[in-house]
Design a protein around this ligand. Structure first.
Ligand code: DC
Length: 243
């Protein structure tokens, strides 16, 4: 980890952390397009590790030591790579050992596995150097949970997005409705969100927590355009005009 932190940054790095349902992913994508920065979706790395483990039959619920050891081993040996559809538009595709896994990593089963995999210290340590290298290439926005605290404590601008559990549950419901299929109740979704927040904030390694120097953005009463506008304004205030 110390070596990874020594890689010098080639340009500005923006860290954007926060829990799910705060509009973080879409806001990061839009901000990256607007500033012409590269968007690094660090959650996709944990999701790709989980997906490969599952396809190899090495991960079921993550309850056994064998599964945890397999996850840490795979995270150390896997080759993960983002490929961009164009140099300027940050349309990320993620490749694991040369295979495009982008369309497989966001299923509910894989989300659950990614959450388990991401709680393992060995997995987090194995993915740290890669995240650093991706960010150090310059003009990058890294989106995740521990970017401003662990991966880039030296980020040039740090944001932490929040929103009330009620609003996050409503946003998640809208996503599920768009996907079709069975729908849980709003109260169930809200309970899941609160439980997951508690687990994320209290886990031993890299808990979800706002960096002391991060700008807190509460998106409860803001639509996407307003969030992106606010983020861009803050970036310009901190970094000056970006050509
Ligand atoms: O942001 P996401 O939902 O795609 O993240 C997938 C999982 O990985 C989620 O359980 C949180 C975890 N994660 C993490 O622990 N640290 C990060 N920097 C990014 C994601």
């Amino acid at each position: 980890m110390r070596d990874a932190l020594k890689i010098p940054k080639q340009g500005p790095v923006i860290a954007l952390d926060g829990p799910a349902g705060t509009g973080k992913s879409t806001a990061t994508k839009r901000l990256a397009e607007r500033l012409r920065f590269v968007h690094v979706d660090t959650g996709a790395l944990y999701r790709a590790v989980a997906y490969v483990l599952r396809t190899q039959g090495k991960w079921r619920s993550g309850d056994t030591e064998e599964e945890r050891v397999a996850a840490e081993e795979l995270a150390r040996s896997i080759h993960l790579e983002f490929r961009f559809d164009s140099a300027l538009l940050p349309m990320n595709r993620i490749y694991a050992n040369g295979q495009d896994v982008t369309d497989h990593i966001r299923t509910p089963e894989n989300s659950l596995a990614a959450s388990g995999v991401s709680s393992l210290p060995g997995v987090r340590a194995a993915l740290l150097g890669l995240q650093r290298r991706l960010g150090c290439q310059g003009r990058s926005i890294l989106e995740g949970r521990d970017i401003g605290t662990v991966v880039f404590p030296d980020a040039d601008v740090k944001f932490f997005l929040t929103a009330s559990p009620e609003v996050r549950a409503k946003r998640r419901m809208a996503e599920l409705q768009a996907q079709g299929g069975d729908l849980p109740s709003l109260q169930e979704l809200q309970n899941q969100i609160v439980t997951r927040d508690q687990a994320d904030a209290s886990r031993a390694v890299a808990p979800l927590k706002q960096a002391d120097d991060a700008i807190l953005v509460d998106t409860t009463h803001l639509d996407l355009d307003a969030v992106v506008e606010l983020l861009a304004k803050k970036v310009h205030e901190r970094l000056g005009p970006i050509s």
